[in-house]
Design a protein around this ligand. Sequence first.
Ligand SMILES: CC(C)(COP(=O)(O)OP(=O)(O)OC[C@H]1O[C@@H](n2cnc3c(N)ncnc32)[C@H](O)[C@@H]1OP(=O)(O)O)[C@@H](O)C(=O)NCCC(=O)NCCS
Length: 337
Amino acid sequence: MLPIDPLDADLVSAWIAMQNAAVAHDMPGDETVSPAHQRLRLLLHPASVAVERYAARVDGLVVGGYELVLFLKDNQHLANLELQVHPEHRRRGVGSALLAHAEARAAAHGRDTVLTGVIDSVDGAAPVDHSGQAFAAARGYKNVDNEIHRRNDLFAVEDDDLARLYVEAWEKAAGYELVQWVNHAPEDLVEGIAAMRARMYTDPPMGEELDIRPAVYDAERVRDEERVRADRGELQLAAAVRHVESGEIAGLTDLLVWPGQEDHAGQNDTIVDPAHRGHRLGTILKIANQRLLRSYRPRLRYVHTWNAEVNSHMIAINEAVGYRPLCRDIDVQKKLA
Ligand SMILES: CC(C)(COP(=O)(O)OP(=O)(O)OC[C@H]1O[C@@H](n2cnc3c(N)ncnc32)[C@H](O)[C@@H]1OP(=O)(O)O)[C@@H](O)C(=O)NCCC(=O)NCCS
């Protein structure tokens, strides 16, 4: 087990190749790991987290690895884990060794909860590999929430349908205005964005046992995240709706495009303040931001999003703008003794 030194170019390349072998095997067609982005992620992360990454090497080959994210400003009980084993080296105890190491590192940082994810097939989409589910269950992890991973094929989206939906939505949204930006939010919105980001930890429906606690967000954290994204070459396309009379932010959404990844983008937060729900603001945000993405990356084909399986409002909006299920992401959690 060795820590991944960002300056060890061979180790980093082998680690990325191992991850991409796992993606190709477990979920063909899913977004691959961008080597450029992964290298930048090794070097830079927001001040609100600490990150540890280890590789498992056997006879000189990288056969697996993990990334452990430790929240520093809130959720200090929690360690978020991503762990993979190369498909040709499974069922030999590598995953168990990595997991035991990760749990020990989490405990050494005073964390008592480890949260990770495993995938499950859904009707109507290509089957995915189910090893993670069996592994997590065998190692004492409990299913605590179900999310559906959806993907939008922008090449198949009917622009006329979206244009109609957008016009209809605005008919219910009198008194609101749209603001969009790239990477750096307008100064007068930053406090409101911080409040919205914090709400993402409490508002979306969540499994009862999923132990995610309220976040501590302020303008400085928002700005720090923006700086890190920009330094990592990530393109953040964001949209907010503002209630004109009060000046309050009523809703927020953002999309992320990774450096070195021109085929896939990811949906980040989408939220509408409860006081402003029922005005189609979610639909407005998603369509407006999808358009912004198309103007920046006309050849980018896929956008990915994850929603709690029970989040019917968000899912209805996503289905309306073209997202379709790809797989189920099961959140699995373990309380360390
Ligand atoms: C899940 C994963 C990490 C397991 O790695 P691994 O090196 O094969 O795991 P281990 O050999 O240590 O397996 C430990 C136990 O998990 C269970 N298990 C693992 N894979 C399994 C499978 N495909 N089917 C049934 N049980 C399985 C078994 O009980 C196994 O013990 P056994 O081999 O003595 O029966 C690997 O399949 C993987 O990378 N999957 C994709 C990413 C992922 O799902 N990560 C999981 C995050 S928790």
